[in-house]
Design a protein around this ligand. Structure first.
Ligand code: HEC
Ligand code: HEC
Length: 192
């Protein structure tokens, strides 16, 4: 092929790729049953330490899949799953799950004692500045209100001990709080 013909072919290929709708290029249908096996058919996770991903923010979901793939966040199941996903598949999965409705897990409201402890930790940790006053998050800041209690406790504890390594800021903030605050925060956020 002459250089000109090659350039033409490459430009034509690019134009075709841009013209096609993004979803036509990646088909995630074969991945979805796997996700549902743990994150739930109807958005309610099958185990207490598995997070809700239905209705979570698109940017956050994509970042987490990418972090699992790159090994910046470690979890046996998720690391294994994410390592085989392409960037386009991760983008499509993030879009798909972010458009689902957040499930109501019907978790109890925190006790008065936990509420008091959590509210004071929230003021000192300025959680609302990033997660929103109601804990609803936005874009790359996750929604934490109504998330699974056991998962919240696990991940707060792992941020605090720096076992979860993908956001040192969260670790720094939680490090300024008492260990007992993690339980109160998990109960409080889960029950909102
Ligand atoms: C074998 C069970 C299992 C399967 C299958 C699975 N996940 Fe997960 N997923 C988990 C667990 C457990 C966590 C929490 C990891 C941790 O504690 O760090 C998680 C975490 C996540 C997170 C981060 C959520 C957050 O709030 O930080 C996302 C996003 C996610 N999974 C997406 C997916 C997608 C998309 C699929 C399908 C391609 C999938 N998962 C399949 C068990 C699973
Ligand atoms: C400076 C902004 C900021 C502040 C302040 C902040 N967070 Fe976060 N938080 C984040 C971001 C960004 C993430 C996503 C981290 C990542 O990349 O894994 C996160 C993650 C989390 C998660 C994990 C959610 C999940 O689905 O895995 C929890 C729980 C959480 N924060 C609770 C809190 C609490 C409680 C406070 C206050 C004590 C707080 N955060 C303060 C920005 C913030």
């Amino acid at each position: 092929m002459t250089r000109l013909a090659y350039l033409f072919a490459a430009a034509f290929g690019l134009a075709m790729a841009l013209a096609a709708p993004a979803t036509a290029q990646v088909n995630i249908d074969d991945k979805l049953p796997l996700c549902s096996a743990c994150h739930g058919e109807n958005g309610v996770p099958t185990e207490k330490n598995i997070p809700v991903i239905w209705g979570q923010h698109q940017g956050y979901i994509y970042f987490m899949l990418r972090d699992f793939k790159l090994g910046q966040r470690q979890n046996d199941a998720m690391t294994e799953i994410a390592k085989d996903l392409s960037r386009d598949e991760m983008m499509a999965l993030a879009e798909y799950f972010s458009k689902k409705p957040w499930p109501n897990l019907n978790q109890p409201r925190a006790s008065a004692e936990d509420t008091k402890r959590a509210e004071s930790a929230i003021v000192s940790g300025q959680c609302g500045a990033c997660h929103g006053e109601q804990g609803m998050g936005d874009s790359v800041q996750p929604r934490i209100a109504g998330q699974q209690r056991d998962y919240l406790l696990l991940t707060l504890t792992e941020f605090r001990s720096r076992k979860r390594t993908n956001n040192p800021w969260m670790s720094d903030i939680l490090g300024t709080l008492a260990p007992e605050d993690m339980d109160a925060l998990a109960n409080y956020m889960a029950g909102r």
